[in-house]
Design a protein around this ligand. Sequence first.
Ligand SMILES: *Cc1c(COP(=O)(O)O)cnc(C)c1O
Length: 384
Amino acid sequence: MSNNQYPEFVPVEPNWNQNTIAVQAGRPARVAGAPMNTPVTLSSTYVHTTDLGYGRDGNQSWGALEEALGQLEGGIATTFSSGLTAATAIADLIVPGGTLLVPTQAYYGVKNIFARLEMHKRLNVRLIDLGNTVATIAALKSADAIWMESIANPTLVVADIPAIVNEAKKLNILTIVDSTFATPLRQRPLDFGADIVLQSVTKFLGGHSDLLLGAVICKSNAHAEFMVKHRHDFGAIPGGLDAFLALRGLRTLAVRLDRSETNALELAKRLRDHPKIKKVNFPALPGDSQHEKATRVLPNGCGGMLSFEIDTTPERTDQILQSLKVISHATSLGGVESLIERRSRYEAERAAGVPMTLCRFSVGIENVEDLWSDLESAISTVLG
Ligand SMILES: *Cc1c(COP(=O)(O)O)cnc(C)c1O
């Protein structure tokens, strides 16, 4: 099936840096008159007879975005209408009645999918502590597949993906990594031998909080073909305009991520020294419980997500978050603008043991001093 009126893309040279790939991959090949960007095609049907019959078969904008994402992750990308529909397609790869290992600390929407599938006897879920490599490897023996989320939401726990995948491969276990927090610029799980990567493109890759979109990136052709067929048969397709916007966002990923990471490191340091802050989670920060693993698994940095606990009540924490002026009190993450929320506001996060005042902070690309004075004055206004 062809997604593209311009089937030839600019060739990606093997020596290109990831930052160059993010800017160049997925553009139409440079022949005379070719546009710089693959145009958006907003059509639900096509005149017979081509590979494209109906809107579920393919779309040029998906093709361009998938070329770029595939090149960045080192695999074959298929895009879906959201990260969660992408996760649903991945779950369908697991043998009927199979056992899936799922981390206790993971995006709760994903855990919700698995709980439903378990309720319908489609698979068995076993919760694991993915940050504990020894315990995770021990749990592999009785599993058919392992779902890893690293860096994990919202505790910023880092998994030793190379060590775990190495053991899983010996046992022929399907290995899946939700790499949304790290992005392909900080971690490439397929290089560690993992089979499948999930990206919620909604977050850092899109980067502007203006769309929902998901991607599955596979190492094998067989898995990639499964994903395309799944999307066609179940219909969880991205919009053509959303795919275009996601690729437009991806072009600036490298600079956005660098800035939010620099901001996050500075804010993490200052928060750690603040008398009203109990704990800061940021794997790039020396002294963080995940730092040693992070230096090995994510040597190029840990992205722009951090979380911290305030030494007060949940109610006062909410008051602090509500009085912020630069940072928005809102869910989601990965946009140019800073977003913060107390995760235990959600029942599922409380059930997973997320601390009551833990604030998940998606650090944006604003000026770091503006972000700091916003936080500092909100804390001192409410806590004195
Ligand atoms: C947001 C998110 C998802 C779900 O993606 P949607 O695009 O919102 O459906 C999955 N995993 C992680 C880590 C996320 O942050």
